[in-house]
Design a protein around this ligand. Sequence first.
Ligand SMILES: [Fe+2]
Ligand SMILES: [Fe+2]
Length: 318
Amino acid sequence: MARELTQLELLTELQPVAEENVNRHISMAKEWHPHDYVPWDEGRNFAAMGGVDWDLEQSHLDEVARAAMITNLLTEDNLPSYHREIAENFSMDGAWGTWVGRWTAEENRHGIVMRDYLVVTRSVDPVALEQARMEHMTNGFASPAEVDAGLLHSVAYVTFQELATRVSHRNTGKACNDPIADRMLQRIAADENLHMIFYRNICAAAMDLAPDQALNAINLIVQNFQMPGAGMPNFRRNGVLMAKHGIYDLRQHLEEVIWPVLRKWNVFERNDFSAQGENTREDLAAFLEKLEGQVRKFEEQRDRLLAREAKLREQRAS
Ligand SMILES: [Fe+2]
Ligand SMILES: [Fe+2]
C-alpha cells in the first residue's frame, strides 16, 4: 500500500476541489426564507400570554409524523455538535473555512423553519420539544472512536448522512398529510441534496488521490453507520416507528443511500487499489451482502407485525 497521506497533505491536495465545489454550491443554492414556509395565521397565544396551552388534540399530525418531525428537528438542532466535528477535521482557511461557515448557516435555517412550523401549527408539544432539545444538545454528538479518524472519515460520514436526512425529510413530508409541511420539507431536502453532492465530490477526489486510504475510511463508515439521532431522547422508539412506516428503514438505507453513493464513486469498478485495498473492498462487499439479508428479515418481520395490527383493528371495529 502506498504511504498514507497526512491530514495536512489531504487538506492541501483537496483544497482546489473544495474551492471548485464551494463555488458550484453557491451558484446552485437558492436563497429561501423560513417565514415563507410557515402558516402564521394558524398561530395563537399560549397560556403564559392569556391563550391556551398545547394539547394533543390540537395536533393534525399522526404519531408517526410527529415522531419523524421531532427526530429530524432535533438532528438539525444539534448542529453545533456537527459543526464541531467538521470544523475540527477541516481547515478554517480558504475554501474549507468558507464551506464550514456556509454549511452551518444553511443547516441552522432548517432548524428555524421546522420549529416555527411545529409551534405555530401546534403539531407537537412545545414543552416536550424544548426539553428534548436541551437534553440532546447537552449530550452533544461524538462519533464512535473507531470512526473518528480525520478528514476522510468525516466526508464519508456526512456524504451518507446528508443523503439519509434528505430521504428522511422527504418521507416525513409525505407522512404529514399537509401540503404546507410537505413543501417545507421538500425545500429542506433540496438543500440536503446539495450538501451531499459537495461531500460526495470531495470524497470522490480523495478516492482518486489516495484510493486505499479513502476506501478504508468509507468501509469503516458504512459498517458503523448510525443515523445522527442516536442518543436523542426516545430515539429507539421513534426510530422504530420511522422504520416501521417507511420514513427511514433498512432497505431505504441500503438502496437509496449506501448504493447510489458507492456507485457514484465506482467502488466496485475501479482498478487502482493495491492488494490491501482489494481486501478492504471484499470486506465491504461481504458486509453489504449481509445487510441485504438483514433487510429481507426486517421486512418480513415488519409485514407480519403490520398485518397483525391491521387484524387487531378489524376485530376491534367489528
Ligand atoms: Fe439540515
Ligand atoms: Fe445538510
